[in-house]
Design a protein around this ligand. Sequence first.
Ligand SMILES: [Zn+2]
Length: 502
Amino acid sequence: MAKNEPGITLIRGARIADAGLRRAEAGDVLIENGVIRAVGTDLTAPAHATIVDAAGMLIHPGLINGHTHGHGGLARGQGDKWTLELLLAAAPWIGGNRALADKKLATQIVAAEMVLKGCTAAYDLYSELPLPTVEGMDAVAEAYAGIGMRAVIAPMVADRTVYEAIPGLHDALPESLQKDVARLGLPAWQQTLSAMETVLKGWSWASHDIRYAIAPTIPHHCSDDFLCGCAKMAKTHGLAVHSHVGESKVQAITGIKRYGKTLLAHMDAMGLVGPRFTAAHAVWLDDDDMRLAADRGASLVHNPGSNMRLGNGMFPLRRALDLGVNVGLGTDGANCSDNQNMYEAMRYASMLSKVQTPDPRGWASVEECYRAATAGSARALGFEDIGAIAPGMKADIVFLSLRHVNWIPHNGTVNQIVHAEDGNAVRHVMIGGRFVVRDGELLTLDLGKLAEEAEAARERLEALNAGYLDLYNRLEPIVASFCPGMAAGPYQVRRYLCDAVG
Ligand SMILES: [Zn+2]
């Protein structure tokens, strides 16, 4: 078997997923120093090559999670009937008082789940409060490097709390709660930008394919000065930018109230929208926004699980693809979606596009959903050499057992990857030619130890954050009535073929 060192590996006799074929055909893949050199039939094994017998297996490129949050790893299963705004109100409770070790631990949980479920790279928007630090972001990078995944890590930052960001929300709180939320205030944007610069200067993970980006988290949670500062920093250092844009209807309405234009148009005015810009969610973007994203070469990342879980609505996948935007796919954080299963994300993307209209011409195909989870997300991450099994691409390869019940019978390969696979048929996962999962076992992390550490952290953080839980319980009834009240008003999403009023 191929051990964990670069060298020459020949995968023999696998069925190789190909979106252009209904049913995958058998072939070989030759890998040299972590890069795919050849794909074909009956390839000659070079001397010293390690042969991987993949008969009875289907291989596909590692799935790429275009939007997640490492800090969410310790917070899954916390809430049920949560809107996005309730989740934001719960953030101090479910994410507060984290020690350095907790930051790494949370990310390890997320990364372990992703890789065990066939995902080999992720775009991680990581929240470290009050400010991003070199040690904190290094801990996140260490988690990905230790597991063996590729990643883009972006400190998730803001200079306004949700109470300051949503017009009228602060005023809806009684005076005592206004005082309590004032204590959650964020540092001045200059301080945060300077902390982000410091992390950038100390970044030492590029050789692991772990890159640094920046994430002004939500446009209206950032002052214009802050957004301009982020745009300048991105331009100066050639960094990618990622933000949650038009995720909830409350946000879309806030954009018009604050700026007199859509949130994406505002970010564009701040100089942020370009080929290295990713907007997560984009549920409430209109046709002009989609055209703008397409013209600028930006990416949208669809998170169907999170959008359903938080009641945010349905991303118009067909419309986005028709307007020529690059679309990636993500799970969003474990604090709101709650698993990190990219097979489920593909299945949800397909289903959610189909539930929007009885006319199949308005639906996305399984091939399009599969492409979003591979090449589409790769482009959002800014990696040109992942997301496909082809010569010159990195050898990030998932092996599915065709003897698993998900594949009995094997009729249509990509159709079944999207609609039938759930991660249970994953047998091996290779990243850069190195096995990270073998026979269903994660080789790079002791899950038993991880579970013990996570349980201890959970107990400690629960005690430390009891005061924040109490605060959340007092805020909950007000946020839970104010925001849906705001969202009850009409908001027109301009679509030129069929005007939709949500
Ligand atoms: Zn998110």
